[in-house]
Ligand binder design. Sequence first.
Ligand code: EPZ
Length: 416
Amino acid sequence: MDKFIIKSTNSLNGQVIIGGAKNAVLPLMTACIINPGIYKLNNVPILRDTLTMAKLLKMVGADVKINKNTFTINTEGCNSPYAPYDLVKTMRASFYVLGPFMSRFKKAQVSLPGGCAWGPRPVDFHIKALKKMGAKIELSGGYINSEGELYGADIVFDKSSVGATGNIIMAAVKAKGITKILNAAMEPEIDSLIEFLQMMGSDIKRENDGSVVITGVKKLNNRVTYDVIPDRIEAGTFMIATAMCGGDVTLKKVNPNHLSIVTNKLIEAGADINISNDIINIKMINRPNSVDMTTAIYPGFPTDLQAQWMALMTVARGSCTVTDTIYTDRFTHIAELERLGAKIHLDNNVAHISGLKKLIGAEVMSTDIRASASLVIAGMFSTNETQISRIYHIDRGYENIEKKFNKLGAQIKRVS
Ligand code: EPZ
């Protein structure tokens, strides 16, 4: 199993090109199942997760051609609405096939995703909403067996959910009648999915109050070419790394609008940030200020940058709190950051952090995608050497992260 060996990095300087968004392209790939056709997705990041999704699509009967960062997905041959546990357990987003399967085949057998690295992640909202649309759903042997014609319905989730919003939108595009999702997720990845489905000929509107209205249609287009939106989480990771290590970094091919709260928080922490079109430049000279942060649904501070923000705060001037309201148990990175000497006290979903002048390199272990990103950032800042094991986690969400950081002056070696 690969691991990273990281030497201390004085500062990060130069340019980095941000790739397409993992959390946007995964639902786009499943959306291609809805209607037999040939769909071309450009700016797709080459990640363990996008390759896993390609594997799942092939199992369903699709043909997926990969040419650099362009995936051409031909779903004319899809014939088996089945998603096995072996795949779903490696990537929860495989569960996003449920809506498309019901839309196309009016039946589905999809493994329940089970828990993840930091705790339970239920899918009850997805199931409840599909039942409300008329699906007959039975859980057996760890699988969801769903079948039946779908009808439009008014859907209200107990709380905003990216996955459930995406799955139900995809289930509703060919349902009979009108589906209205009230507290639909506002994440840019959902707006991108809506845009792609509209290009497929779906009748979908985002209302001013954020709700989404889908009027079922009979016929859809079967040829769409689409550019995947930039990855705001990858961009946020590089910005926070620059704030921690110091330096002057220019991020290219980003959408600054998707990062407003992250930019504001970094400015509070003492960074100098300049934005123009799809470029963000961040300069950091001094030691960061301690800044409290609470995660929230978009446009709030993303939970997928919580671990990285915590790493930054471990070396900030003063003390602060980091609170996760989306995943109240997403803190497996704390024990690993403490191995580097960080001072963190966790009280339920609030971490109290006392900033230190330095961290000291050690052997640490990745537990999930974003926790591993926080360890890479902390490892670059730490004196001595840091070794991070189980980096297959980071390869799930970041394309060539060590090459990109090394171009900015870091010293990260991948060793098998
Ligand atoms: C998406 O997960 C992202 N994954 C996650 O990113 C991200 O952390 C999360 O949204 C929140 O922003 C992908 O897009 C592939 P949710 P998802 O449904 O859709 C609860 C990463 O690192 N909930 O919005 O699974 C849930 O437990 C990953 O890239 C239910 O209770 O998240 C959580 O507390 C990690 N029942 C909250 O809602 C449900 O049926 C939000 O979850 C569904 C969700």
